[in-house]
Design a protein around this ligand. Structure first.
Ligand code: GDP
Length: 506
């Protein structure tokens, strides 16, 4: 009866940072995605988000969740790095340089493919770094929104000849908001006459704590074109990642990771790049991601080579998905195919239920607006009867001068319900007007009666029998129900009523 914060976020479909923020407001300290909550605290947080928690015993849980951290199994893992910065400042050039210089290190250099991420080995310390090669903020943000803690470090690229530009500022904002550690790469330092001091000054004025000014953010002067100081940039990443003490369990746990990219490949089917975070993925493993799952039929690295397994921070293309998984989705291993299928169908059902609930909430909101408007009109009428000045209230909306006759339409089929609504809503003038507040198919229910009572509406049932108990309840509560099976007669009925409401003209 424990759950991690990120699992709770997944269940509730609430962004992780929202939960973390709310937990901090509740007084929890040092909350991170893998913070483990006891039952009572999880219920408390679910309640904050208007969920009613039902605690099931582990055997009846329908979804698959992370296992708690196994401290004895933790080993250091390579950092995952994203590159951000203004357009044309050299993100692609830097990534290409890093990719090429690392391909040279490979024994079996195949044709390098863009699979959304690649691994580089540092020239000096021979350490591994994984770069996400979908530069741009959109991909980064999409993942963060889903609560994906994919990136450990961001490299902010700023061109020395252009300095801080709008997208640099935007990137700084995102980085600050998400709190991901940062290294600045001042690029194009091979160019003559560039003013690097100005760039450093501009960064400082945008709240970047640059080391040149005694701060902690490393700034490396590089050139993606000539390769100047690219080794220094890589070593800066390693230094920072060692400070961050990035760790994971490379084995002995259910595999976990993230979908980086996915596509349909001719003759192969659905392929997704998975960045493993815990464990090691191999052939035959069953992986669940969002609303789909996969029995791993094959793995391939970024050089197109077939591989037997992919460990932490090693991106791999994974074959065998039943449907195309969505980028940014969390990946988790299931014990067997039966569990995977069960989890997927549970997730689909849950999503549907959440959608339905949102729709109901929207309708309720709409209804409460209508109730408010009615209250305002009643107030005006009351004040008028008491001989008070109502001009201020009336000015709010000219329409309030007009008497509104509210109707609820229930019909056997959608077509006639719509037709009735269209013809009725047009009837009236500036003094009196017909107003359809609800137009639905299906039998008349108690909640329709309640709505009619609250909004002082009449009910029209078209080609529908009124259930006996509803008819009795309507009599008791003074709600008028009229039955029709000819649209023309129904409209006539409305017109007669509206005419009767017109003030007699002298
Ligand atoms: P991105 O939009 O940030 O990915 O920028 P690109 O990598 O496409 O680079 C934009 C332009 O700047 C290209 O014409 C590159 O050749 C050039 N460029 C990138 N890095 C350097 C560099 O270090 N020095 C010089 N002189 N030009 C560079």
């Amino acid at each position: 009866e424990f759950i991690t914060v990120s699992n709770l976020a997944t269940i509730m479909h609430v962004p992780l940072n929202k939960i973390i923020k709310s937990m901090e407001d509740l007084g929890f300290e040092n909350v991170r995605h893998n913070y483990i909550l006891e039952k009572d605290n999880a219920i408390l947080i679910a309640d904050e988000f208007n969920f009613e928690a039902i605690v099931l015993n582990a055997n009846t849980v329908e979804d698959i969740f992370s296992e708690p951290v196994k401290p004895g199994k933790l080993k250091p893992r390579p950092p995952v790095v994203t590159i951000m910065g203004h357009v044309d400042h050299g993100k692609t050039t830097i990534l290409d340089y890093l990719r090429k210089s690392s391909v040279v290190e490979q024994e079996f250099g195949g044709i390098t493919q863009h699979i959304g991420a690649f691994t580089a080995i540092t020239p000096e310390s021979k350490k591994q770094i994984t770069f996400l090669d979908t530069p741009g903020h959109a991909a980064f943000l999409k993942m963060r929104e889903r609560g994906a803690i994919v990136t450990d470090i961001v490299i902010l690229v700023v061109a020395a000849d252009d300095s801080v530009m709008p997208q640099t500022i935007e990137a700084i904002k995102h980085i600050k908001k998400t709190g991901v550690p940062l290294i600045v790469a001042i690029n194009k330092c091979d160019k003559h006459g560039v003013n690097i001091d100005k760039v450093v000054g501009d960064l400082a004025s945008h709240d970047i704590d640059v080391e040149d000014y005694g701060g902690e953010t490393q700034t490396v002067r590089v050139s993606g074109k000539t390769g100047l100081n690219m080794d220094k940039l890589e070593e800066a990443i390693i230094t920072l990642s060692e400070m961050l003490e990035l760790q994971t369990e490379p084995d002995g746990v259910a595999n976990e990771g993230w979908i980086i990219e996915s596509k349909v490949e001719k003759g192969v089917g659905y392929v997704a790049t998975v960045l493993v975070r815990r464990g090691t993925v191999k052939n035959g493993d069953i992986l669940v991601a969002g609303n789909t799952y996969c029995k791993v039929r094959g793995l391939r690295d970024e050089n197109g080579n077939s591989i037997k397994k992919a460990g932490p921070s090693s991106p791999a293309q994974v074959f065998g998905w039943k449907e195309l998984p969505v980028g940014g989705e969390f990946v988790i291993q299931a014990k067997d195919e039966r569990r995977a299928r069960k989890a997927v169908s549970h997730r689909i059902a849950r999503e549907k239920a959440i959608k339905q609930r949102e729709e109901v909430e929207q309708i309720n909101e709409q209804r409460s607006e209508e109730v408010k408007e009615l209250a305002r009109r009643n107030k005006i009428a009351e004040m008028k009867m008491a001989g008070l000045d109502t001009s201020a209230l009336e000015k709010l909306e000219d329409e309030s001068q007009c008497i509104q006759c509210n109707y609820i339409i229930k019909s056997d089929v959608f077509g006639s319900a719509e037709a009735i609504k269209e013809s009725i809503n047009g009837i009236g003038n500036e003094e009196v007007k017909a107003n359809v507040i609800l137009c639905e198919t299906g039998a008349l229910t108690q909640s329709d009666l309640e709505l009619a009572k609250t909004l002082n509406a009449q009910i029209f049932c078209f080609n529908l029998a009124v259930p006996k108990e509803i008819s009795l309840a309507a009599d008791r509560e003074g709600v008028a129900i009229k039955e029709h099976n000819v649209i023309y007669h129904l409209i006539e009925d409305v017109t007669t009523e509206l005419t009767s409401k017109l003030k007699p003209k002298i």
